[in-house]
Design a protein around this ligand. Structure first.
Ligand code: GLU
Length: 387
């Protein structure tokens, strides 16, 4: 008997970022000298003060079920973080802890849209956004931003709205382009949506990874009447180099948080109890927190300043990303499809990148520079050989 896959899951494709990462791991296991530029994962270790906090919480016996929304110290730490940095005050009923940023997004999307709803997503997008929308049974409506060098504008959003649009998903700094939507434009985009009663998800996974002189911006700093339409999805994964810990969070109006709690109470319940306590310390120990983020950001900036001009010199054209740790160069000059170019890189140089088609932008590849300067220099030498 053949297994019949459900309608919604049939519409989904596997994650191309995870597939690229696994390809790199498999080649490494075969002993190949792979340069993994595929997955967006910090090459730093989790800061020691966070690891200590985890161990202390285990020792205290914080090893049991928690509330679905997460433990009180984590909720309070998230509230204090946004108050300190963006001058906004939230109540615990608006906060919930999730198993990574992915579950935050799943919760937010599945509780907001379903069959018959249109969801606006600017392309290039992070590979999982449209698949989560597919899982919800809603329709993806993509907004191509190549004409504005991958920075979404309010005008583009206005033009893309349909009678069935219920949700817009934003991600700035962007995965895969690293581009940052200027604060003024961001506000205009949310205003356009609020006027039409369209909800907004702001994926703030790379919130603190913005290179000076650009400034960190959170949708949280917008006026209260706009925040009624917004769900922030955050993550500890990149900011504190904690990808394996799987802790994220949402901040949303209570009316949006309640259905998300209902959904999560029937799936993962909550992220690991001891990891939640450690994440509270990651935010509350302001001094250690700031210095570890500063250190990582400075290193990413050094790499960006070397790597992006080096790619441009080789003809892999891309603008300087203002945030995150990705370059998203145009490779149309070198191959018929970006998949072909990524395959050539892999097969001829053992540099693993991710095909831009999976991010909704055929003709581009995504390169993660969250790897050491030596490996980046080596990758430039290898790419040189095939272009
Ligand atoms: N978000 C990272 C990336 O885009 C990690 C892999 C994933 O979850 O997609 O590479």
């Amino acid at each position: 008997m053949t297994f019949t896959v459900s309608k919604h899951i049939q519409k989904m494709s596997p994650s191309s970022t995870i597939a690229a990462m696994q390809k790199a791991q498999a080649l490494k296991a075969q002993g190949k000298d792979v340069i993994d530029l595929s997955v967006g994962e910090p090459d730093f270790d989790t800061p020691q003060f966070i690891k200590n906090a985890l161990w202390e919480s285990v020792q205290r016996g914080e090893t049991k079920y928690t509330a679905t929304a997460g433990v009180k110290p984590l909720q309070s730490a998230i509230i204090s973080f946004y108050e300190r940095n963006f001058g906004v005050s939230y109540s615990p009923s608006q906060i919930m802890a999730t198993s990574g940023g992915k579950q935050a997004l799943f919760n937010a999307i599945l509780s907001a849209v379903g069959e018959g709803d249109d969801v606006l997503i600017s392309a290039p997008y992070w590979v999982s956004f449209p698949e989560m929308v597919n899982c919800a049974g809603a329709n993806n409506v993509f907004i191509d931003t190549e004409e504005t060098d991958f920075i979404l504008t309010a005008e583009q959003v206005k033009r893309a709205i349909t009678p069935n649009t219920k949700l817009l998903i934003l991600n700035s700094p962007s995965n895969p382009s690293g581009r940052v939507i200027p604060a003024d434009e961001f506000r205009k985009i949310v205003e356009v949506c609020a006027e039409k009663g369209i909800y907004v998800i702001s994926d703030e996974c790379y919130l603190l990874f913005v290179y000076p002189p650009n400034e960190v911006f959170s949708v949280a700093s917008l006026p209260k009447e706009l925040s009624e339409f917004v769900c922030i999805c955050g993550s500890f994964s990149k900011t504190y180099a904690m990808t394996g810990w799987r802790v994220g969070y949402t901040i949303a109006p209570e009316s949006w948080t309640k259905p998300m709690l209902k959904l999560q109470s029937h799936s993962t319940s909550h992220p690991a109890s001891f990891a939640q306590y450690a994440c509270a310390v990651a935010l509350d120990d302001v001094e250690n927190s700031r210095s570890s983020v500063k250190e990582m950001l400075a290193e990413y900036e050094k790499r960006r300043n070397y790597f992006v001009p080096a790619l441009n010199d080789l003809g892999l054209k891309c603008s300087m990303p203002e945030g995150a740790f990705y370059a998203f160069p145009n490779v149309r000059e070198f191959a018929v499809t970006s998949g072909e170019f990524a395959d050539r890189l892999l097969n001829e140089t053992y540099c693993v990148t991710t095909n831009g088609a999976g991010f909704g932008s055929e003709g581009f590849i995504r390169i993660s520079y969250a790897t050491s300067m030596e490996r980046l220099q080596e990758s430039i030498e290898r790419i040189k050989k095939i272009v």
